[in-house]
Write a protein that binds this ligand. Sequence first.
Ligand SMILES: Nc1ncnc2c1ncn2[C@@H]1O[C@H](COP(=O)(O)OP(=O)(O)OP(=O)(O)O)[C@@H](O)[C@H]1O
Length: 252
Amino acid sequence: MECQHVSYQYPRQTRGLSDLTGVFPPEQVTTIIGPNGAGKSTLLQLLARRLPAQAGQVVLNEQPLNQLSTRQLAQQVAMVTQHHQLYDELTVREVVATGRLPYHGLLQAVPANEVTPYLDMAGLTSLADELIQDLSGGQQQRAWLAAALAQEPVVLLLDEPTTYLDVHYQQQLMTQLRQLAAKGLTVIQVLHDINQAFRVSDWLWLLQDGQLVASGTPDDLRDAKLLGRTFATPIEIVTVPHLGPYIVQLPD
Ligand SMILES: Nc1ncnc2c1ncn2[C@@H]1O[C@H](COP(=O)(O)OP(=O)(O)OP(=O)(O)O)[C@@H](O)[C@H]1O
C-alpha cells in the first residue's frame, strides 16, 4: 500500500493531512507514530477509504483505492477501531460473521464453518453466544480483530489496538500481528507507546501536524533529536540490558 501526494482537510478546518507520500511495505508491520493531533487516525481512515483523499491517491497493489468497488475494498482492506457502539446488540458470533459479509449477500446466511475458525483463533468460542456489549474491553477488541481477519484482507489497519489490553494480551497481540505479517498480511497500526512501536515494527511513519516527518526502519528513526523535535520533549536513547535501545522522555 502507498500514499501518493495524499491530502485531506476536514470541512471548514485547516487541519488534516498535507501531501503525504510514502510506502507501507507489503507483508510487514508498519506503525504510525506522532504526537496528539498529528493526523494518525485520519490517515488510517484514508487508508480504509472511510475518508476520501482530496488530492493524490492511496494505491494498493498498483490499483488506486477509489477504483475498487465497496465489495472489492472489503475483501482487501479491514480495519479495527475503538468505535463499535452501533453493534452492541450483536452476539460475538454475529460480530465475527460480519467479517464474512464481503463474500456473501447481505441477506444471505454466513455458513457457520466460515466463522468458527476465527472464534477459535481469538479464544472466544465459549463466549460466542454472549452479547458483545457484555464482554470486557479486551475481549471485545479480540472479537473485532477476529471479524477483521475473517475478511481475509490483504491489509489490516488497527487504530490503537492495545488500548483495552493488559500487558499480557498486548504482547500476545503484537506477536500475533508479526505472525500474520509473516504469512503475508500487510499490517498498519497506530500506537501511542513509542517503545512498543519501535520494538514490534518493521517500518515506521512519523507524523507531525499532518505531515510525514520521516519514515523508515526503527533503526533509521531511532534518533533522539528527531524524536525530541517531533514530540516537543527532550528525549534520550539509553541501552537497557536484555532489552536493547530504549527511548526515555526526560523532564523538561
Ligand atoms: N471529525 C473531525 N472534524 C474536524 N477536525 C478533526 C476531526 N477529526 C480530527 N480532526 C482534527 O484533525 C487533526 C488530526 O486528528 P487525528 O485524530 O487524525 O490525530 P491523531 O494523530 O490520531 O491524534 P491522537 O493521537 O490524539 O489520537 C487534529 O487537529 C484534529 O483536531
